[in-house]
Design a protein around this ligand. Structure first.
Ligand code: FPP
Length: 250
């Protein structure tokens, strides 16, 4: 079982990958969709509890119509192709994002897959589709206000009103494609996440690289704002306390 519970990925670099091969940008998405299948499989094999993939952001609507419609088609193709594997591996599938505004056929497919996997207890697989983190936060606050008029919202309340609270905080956020930014992805859930940026463009990303990243990050010490266990033990050994330092002459 992996120490890393929830992994999120910004699958970037598809367009540049294709352009570098003198192919249309959308070719990169087609190849990238194959990589999605591979990474879902390895995440499941490694015992990761949740995998969240950024497949379509609210900002992606500004891309050419053909590119947008290809991304919808790839989602459909993925769901049809992977349906049996998702069901037989007990994977619980969900889409986070604004379903209003997506083609009815896409919404229908998503809802059918969510419904048929709602009792699954294995990998929680989430596609962020027509997703933006700021609007997720605003939506959560509004949902809270709707049922708790006049009350203050707590961190726990906000957590519980996000799209998919059961996946919990992100342990590791990976971004492929060489850029080092978050691009409005899961802003609330990455507060204490480890970040890993790889120059590999998404269509070249492999299960081997994914496994190496997981191993690398599992070895990191996560302190959540506290100090390291080692440092804390050493301080105890030396009996160093804040008050003794404050009282010292220098
Ligand atoms: C960013 O690459 C990637 C996306 C906007 C979409 C990600 C989609 C996939 C990996 C395929 C979809 C698969 C499924 C199963 C839904 P970019 O085009 O911004 O790349 P660039 O930075 O090189 O331009």
């Amino acid at each position: 079982m992996s120490k890393i519970g929830h992994v999120a990925i910004i699958m970037d670099g598809n367009g540049r990958w294709a352009q570098g091969r003198l192919r249309p940008r959308v070719w990169g998405h087609v190849r990238g969709a194959g990589v999605v299948s591979e990474i879902v499989k390895v995440a499941d094999d490694l015992g990761i509890s949740a995998l969240t993939l950024y497949a379509f952001s609210t900002e992606n609507w500004s891309r050419p119509v053909e590119e947008v419609s290809l991304l919808f088609k790839l989602l459909k193709k993925f769901l049809l192709k992977e349906r049996v594997r998702i069901l037989s591996n007990n994977i619980k599938f969900k889409v986070i994002g604004e379903l209003n505004g997506l083609p009815l056929e896409t919404v229908d497919l998503i809802q059918k897959m969510e419904e048929s996997t709602k009792h699954a207890s294995g990998l929680k697989l989430t596609f962020a589709f027509n997703y933006g983190a700021r609007s997720e936060i605003v939506r959560a606050v509004n949902r809270f206000i709707d049922s708790n008029q006049g009350e203050h919202i707590s961190e726990k309340d906000l957590d519980e009103h996000m799209y998919r609270p059961e996946t919990g905080d992100i342990d590791l956020l990976i971004r492929t494609g060489g850029e080092q930014r978050i691009s409005n992805f899961l802003l609330w859930q990455i507060a204490y996440s480890e970040l890993y940026f790889t120059p590999t463009k998404w269509p070249d990303f492999t299960s081997q690289e994914f496994t190496k990243i997981i191993e690398n990050v599992a070895g990191r010490e996560r302190r959540f704002g506290a100090i390291s266990n080692n440092a804390s033990a050493k301080n105890k050994e030396r009996k160093i306390g804040a008050s003794s330092l404050l009282n010292s002459k220098r």
